[in-house]
Design a protein around this ligand. Structure first.
Ligand code: ATP
Ligand code: MG
Length: 346
C-alpha cells in the first residue's frame, strides 16, 4: 500500500510518500521560517497563502522522487487538525480534490498523532506500548500509549510549551526565530552551571510542567548582564529545561511501568535532551527512541505514516471514515481523544 501524506497545519508545507513494504519513499518540505522571521512568529494569512503556492509543486516533486503516479496511490492522508484553520484548509482541499476522482480513501490525521508515531517510522523502532514525551512548539505532554489510538494524557505544561519557552528565551537573547536550534547552538559555548535558574514544578509529585517562570527568570538575568554572558544564560536555560524533562520522564516511566520512552516534537531534536535522557534512562534499561532530527519538527512523513497505520487498522475493523461526500473536515482545535473516537467502528 502506498500513502501520500500532506502536512499544512502551521508554517511548514510537508509532503511524503510512505509504502508499507519499502518504507519512506520520498519526503519533501518547504519551510516558511524566512517568510515569518520578520514578524517574530507565524502570521496565519501569510502561512495559508504560502501553502497554496507550494503544495502542488511539492506533491509533484514527491511523486517524482518516489517514482509513483497519483493513480498508483492507495490513499491520501492530510493533517486535519489542530492548527491554523486557513492553513489546514489548503491541505484538506488538495487531498480531497486529488483523492475524490480516483475514489481513494482520504485520511484525516491528527497532527500530534503524526508527531507521536514519527519515531516508529524506523523499521527497527520499538513497538507499543510506550510512554511518549511530546515536546513541540505548542505542546509539552507525557502520554501513555498502549496501542494505536489509545493515548492517555499523563501530564502537560500548565503554561508555555517547552518549544515556546525556547523561542521566547531566544528572542530575549536576540536570536533569530525559531529560537530552539539557535539557542541550542549558542548554549554549546556556554557554562550551564553559571546561572541557577528555577526548575518549576520539579518536585510537584505529578507530571505537570511549567516553563513560563523560567523565561521570566531569564529576562531578569538578561536585564542585569551583558551579551558576553548570553552563552552562559542560554546554556543554563537549556540545562534547566532538560533537567525538568528528564526528571519528569523518569517519573512518567515509573508511573506507567513501560520500558520504552519515545520522544517526539521539535524540542526532541535537542542534543542535550537526547544525551541526558540516554545517560539517565538508557543506563536503567529503558529503551529510548527518537525520530531523526529532521522528522522532529513538522513534516509530511509522519502524516503519511500515521495515515498508513490508520488505514491498516480501519481496513481490519471495517471502520474507514472516508470524508463526507459533500465536503471535507478540518479541526483547528481537536483533542486526541475526540480524534480517536472518529476511527471507532460505528
Ligand atoms: N534543537 C532544538 N532545541 C530546542 N528546541 C528546538 C530545537 N529544534 C526545534 N526546536 C523547537 O521546536 C519547536 C518546533 O517544533 P514543532 O514543529 O514540532 O512544533 P509546532 O508544530 O510548532 O507545534 P505543535 O506540533 O505542538 O503544533 C520550536 O519551538 C523550536 O524552537
Ligand atoms: Mg508540530
Amino acid at each position: 500500500m502506498r500513502i501520500l501524506g500532506i502536512e499544512t497545519s502551521c508554517d511548514e508545507t510537508g509532503v511524503a510518500l510512505y509504502d508499507s513494504h519499502h518504507g519512506l519513499m520520498a519526503d519533501v518540505l518547504h519551510s516558511q521560517v524566512a517568510l515569518h522571521a520578520a514578524y517574530g512568529g507565524v502570521v496565519p494569512e501569510l502561512a495559508s497563502r504560502d501553502h497554496i503556492r507550494h503544495l502542488l509543486p511539492l506533491i509533484e516533486q514527491t511523486l517524482e522522487q518516489g517514482h509513483t503516479t497519483l493513480d498508483q496511490l492507495d490513499a491520501i492522508a492530510y493533517t486535519a487538525g489542530p492548527g491554523l484553520a486557513g492553513a489546514l484548509l489548503v491541505g484538506a482541499s488538495v487531498a480531497t480534490a486529488l483523492a475524490r476522482p480516483r475514489h481513494l480513501p482520504v485520511l484525516p490525521i491528527h497532527h500530534l498523532e503524526g508527531h507521536l508515531l514519527s519515531a516508529l517510522l524506523d523499521p527497527s523502532a520499538p513497538k507499543f506500548p510506550f510512554t511518549a514525551l511530546l515536546v513541540s512548539g505548542g505542546h509539552s505532554q507525557f502520554l501513555s500509549v498502549e496501542r494505536l489510538g489509545d493515548y492517555q494524557l499523563l501530564g502537560e505544561s500548565v503554561d508555555d510549551a517547552a518549544g515556546e519557552a525556547f523561542d521566547k528565551t531566544a528572542q530575549l537573547l536576540g536570536l533569530p526565530y525559531p529560537g530552539g536550534p539557535a539557542l541550542a547552538k549558542l548554549a554549546r559555548q556556554g557554562n550551564p552551571q553559571r546561572f541557577k535558574l528555577p526548575r518549576p514544578l520539579l518536585h510537584s509529585g505529578d507530571l505537570q510542567m511549567s516553563f513560563s517562570g523560567l523565561k521570566t527568570a531569564v529576562s531578569q538575568c538578561v536585564a542585569t548582564h551583558t551579551p558576553d554572558d548570553y552563552a552562559d544564560i542560554a546554556a543554563s536555560f537549556e540545562r534547566a529545561v532538560v533537567d525538568l524533562l528528564v526528571s519528569k520522564a523518569e517519573q512518567a516511566l515509573r508511573q506507567t511501568g513501560h520500558q520504552t520512552l519515545i520522544v517526539a516534537g521539535g524540542v526532541g531534536a535537542n542534543q542535550e535532551l537526547r544525551h541526558s535522557l540516554k545517560n539517565h534512562l538508557g543506563t536503567q534499561g529503558i529503551t529510548l527512541a527518537f525520530p531523526p532530527a529532521r522528522l522532529c519538527t513538522d513534516n509530511g512523513a509522519m502524516i503519511a505514516y500515521a495515515g498508513w497505520c490508520r488505514l491498516q487498522q480501519a481496513t481490519q475493523c471495517g471502520s474507514l471514515p472516508l470524508s463526507s461526500p459533500s465536503g471535507f473536515t478540518i479541526h483547528p482545535r481537536w483533542n486526541l481523544h475526540d480524534y480517536s473516537s472518529t476511527w471507532q467502528p460505528s
